[in-house]
Ligand binder design. Structure first.
Ligand code: PBG
Length: 324
């Protein structure tokens, strides 16, 4: 009805026009790079399903953290692979646990890089669940104590932010209280607030060795069809003291990101998870999609949906491109 008075193509004519008109801009400032740390020295275990991502021992992790910082990425999130797994997830709260060692080393050598620590029991339990198990039940409240202890030793090691990813009820409140009582009232909590029971975590479980030995995570992670429940989860975490709330995964949940952005005024993060990464890498390796182009579209789409921060295994690639 407006045509021919109005022609959309006028403002698409050149890259200069498009630059001026662009509504969403991805920035290096938005990115958090996930890293996996293992015991040992000189260890680099490539993860087959996540090309370009590896489990690194602390010495190599520090080098890569330096590279991440030099690329201008503000933060990393660390996942630990312990030496021993047991029923009580003891290495998650050990003073000299693998993540605690890694945090100390990175903060020593690359002090300005923000170090976020993922906080969950699943990498540390022999059964691979995110909580304490009795029979085949994952218990909620006993798990909170272990998470709270983990938050304290991570903060003592120098973590700039702790990120609970377990989906036990009440864990943000329990962690907040524990941190406050231990003198870490200034340590923020990035909560995996709306985390869905997703098939997109497959490659991560290879990377972190955290596949549950029985059952699945559906009794604690969210049921994928639920959007209103996701908003309730986010609201509860905010009430319990979360400083940043996260939606995870990102791509199949862009509507949740948008709803959360409209509803809440807290900083919002989204996790572009391992399966989302693996799909792009696999298709690109086959020559079926142009990797740079689809990565840009995916991350811009996550931001356009409303995310302020994006946790992504593509962070280094993107930062390299943007600096050119
Ligand atoms: C641990 C945790 C998971 C991820 C982050 N923290 C896996 C899971 O819940 O099974 C997934 C990250 C990814 O797939 O990239 N609770």
């Amino acid at each position: 009805m407006y045509f021919p008075i109005f022609r959309s193509r006028r403002l698409r004519a050149t890259e200069q026009h498009r630059r001026m008109i662009r509504e969403t801009r991805l920035s290096i400032d938005d990115l958090i790079y996930p890293m996996f740390v293992v015991h040992g020295r000189g260890v680099r275990n490539e993860i087959a399903s996540m090309p370009g991502v590896a489990q690194l021992s602390v010495d190599l992790l520090v080098k890569e953290a330096q590279e991440v910082y030099n690329l201008g990425i503000p933060a990393v999130i660390l996942f630990g692979i312990p030496r021993h797994k047991d029923a009580r997830a003891s290495e998650v709260y050990a003073k000299n646990g693998i993540v605690q060692q890694a945090v100390r080393a990175v903060k020593d050598k690359v002090p300005e890089l923000l170090v976020v620590t993922d906080l969950c029991l699943c990498e540390y339990t022999d059964h691979g669940h995110c909580g304490v198990v009795k029979g085949h039940k994952v218990l909620n409240d006993p798990s909170l104590e272990l998470l709270a202890k983990g938050a304290i030793t991570q903060a003592q090691a120098g973590a700039d932010m702790v990120a609970p990813s377990d989906m036990m009820d009440g864990r943000v409140g329990a962690i907040r209280e524990a941190l406050d009582q231990s003198g870490f009232e200034q340590t923020p909590i990035l909560s995996y607030a709306a985390k869905f029971a997703s098939g997109f975590y497959g490659p991560f479980r290879d990377a972190a060795g955290s596949t549950p030995q029985f059952g699945d995570r559906k009794s604690y992670q969210m049921d994928p069809p639920n959007a209103r429940e996701a908003l309730r989860e986010i609201e509860m975490d905010i009430q319990e003291g979360a400083d940043i709330v996260m939606v995870k995964p990102a791509l199949a949940y862009l509507d949740i990101i948008r709803l959360a952005r409209e509803r809440f005024n807290h900083p919002l993060a989204a996790y572009n998870v391992s399966g989302e990464y693996a799909m792009v890498k696999a298709a690109a390796q086959k020559g079926w999609v142009n990797e740079d182009q689809v990565v840009y579209e995916i991350l811009t789409g996550i931001k356009r949906a409303g995310a302020d921060l994006i946790l992504t295994y593509f962070a280094k690639d993107v930062a390299r491109k943007m600096r050119r």
